[in-house]
Design a binder for this molecule. Structure first.
Ligand code: ADP
Ligand code: MG
Length: 252
């Protein structure tokens, strides 16, 4: 059996001296979709940020293995080049940089190329924007400046499509979306998976609706920095009915 695509072993992390992740174990194999659920403040965004190498977090114990290699000391850049992608819960605006300029640089960095054909990028971009139901004029707008919640989220899915990640973390990419926008995002994720079947996906969400559109192989509940329970897609429905109260960390 080959190495898992991503494996977290006993991962501990802190920010500003506060311990947030307290021993997370997670295995994501090629082509799998995992849902990460849990109450606000449990550490879901922290987990995604730590895997991405966000400098605000310190790994204090444990390992982050990508195809069997411990990447815990790699820079965010090195991780992005290796194919780790994070769709942010709160995407930030970058003034003066258009969507197409940003994507061209990001794709060049991901593929390790100095220059990319702008024409090629534009063609690919136009195709994906059409699939995601985005106005072509969107490509010329400054990144996330004045974007609506739905536009920001679609833009994150657009980045995922064009960057062809090995593993993608989607951090509440569905929050703040109406049902139509949610379906478009879900369809976008499904289309990206169809075109890139080995891609692993970790979806952070509170909504069973999204998980009905993108059926996860496993559902995990994170509480107080620990995965307290894992199960099949049915677990998400149970959580919707019963909330998180039944699930408690194994140690205080
Ligand atoms: P979730 O995404 O599950 O809602 P977060 O990962 O955002 O949770 O946050 C988990 C806990 O860690 C919260 O108590 C939050 O205040 C704290 N936290 C997150 N990031 C930082 C940081 N950079 N500095 C200090 N505390 C942080
Ligand atoms: Mg969060």
């Amino acid at each position: 059996m080959s190495e898992p695509l991503l494996e977290l072993r006993n991962l501990h992390a802190e920010a500003d001296g506060a311990s947030i992740l307290r021993g997370v174990d997670l295995v994501v194999n090629e082509g799998e979709v995992h849902a990460l659920m849990g109450p606000n403040g449990a550490g879901k965004s922290t987990l995604a940020n730590v895997v991405m190498g966000h400098p605000g977090y310190t790994v204090t114990a444990g390992e982050i293995l990508l195809n069997g290699e411990n990447i815990a000391a790699w820079t965010p850049d090195e991780r992005a080049r290796a194919g780790i992608f994070l769709a942010f819960q709160y995407p930030e605006a970058i003034s003066g940089v258009s969507v197409v300029q940003f994507l061209r640089q990001a794709i060049a960095a991901r593929k390790g190329l100095e220059e990319l054909s702008i024409l090629e990028v534009r063609l690919n971009l136009a195709e994906w924007m059409d699939r995601l139901g985005m106005d072509p004029a969107f490509a010329e707008r400054h990144l996330n400046e004045g974007f609506s919640g739905g536009e920001r989220k679609r833009n994150e899915v657009l980045q995922m499509a064009l960057l062809e990640p090995a593993i993608a973390f989607l951090d509440e990419t569905d929050s703040g979306l109406d049902i139509d926008a949610l379906r478009i995002v879900a369809r976008g994720v499904r289309t990206v998976r169809d075109q890139n079947p080995p891609m692993g996906v970790v979806i952070v969400t509170h909504y069973v609706k999204l998980l009905e559109e993108i059926e996860p192989d496993r559902v995990h509940i994170l509480v107080d920095g620990q995965i307290v329970h894992s199960g099949s897609a049915k677990l998400a429905q149970q959580i919707e009915l019963e909330g998180y109260d039944a699930w408690r960390p194994v140690s205080a």
